[in-house]
Design a protein around this ligand. Structure first.
Ligand SMILES: [Zn+2]
Ligand SMILES: [Zn+2]
Length: 116
């Protein structure tokens, strides 16, 4: 995962140095590179624990956990739903057309002929 501010990727041969900081922003896990930690008030942008105001949060599947006090809250972030305008109406139309075909077939020419 790259730095969320500048997109720099963590080069990880130097194990243990861990120059990137982790955080949660808008309920999403983010990383902040060392440059941006200096250039930017990065903690101001991060989500904070509702109990202890710590930015040291862990984003898990559907949950945000605070490292400092252990508070767990549900993750509010939902991935944006792809915009598919007209999908449902089109489907409904198709169903309606199929239905009307079936219905017109049932009470179709045969039915009207029987009446005459
Ligand atoms: Zn950066
Ligand atoms: Zn906390």
């Amino acid at each position: 995962m790259p730095c969320y501010l500048c997109g720099a990727r963590q080069s990880d041969p130097v194990r243990g140095a861990a120059p990137f900081k982790r955080g949660v922003r808008r309920d999403r896990q983010v990383l902040i590179c060392p440059n941006c930690q200096i250039a930017h008030d990065w903690k101001a942008d991060l989500d904070r624990c509702g109990r202890c105001r710590s930015t040291f949060l862990l984003c898990r599947l559907g949950e945000i956990e605070c490292y400092s006090c252990g508070e767990v809250r549900p993750q509010n972030f939902r991935p944006p739903v792809p915009d598919t305008p007209g999908l449902d109406p089109a489907l409904t139309n198709e169903v309606e057309q199929a239905l009307s075909r079936v219905l017109s077939g049932l009470s179709g020419p045969d039915a009207s002929r029987a009446h005459r």
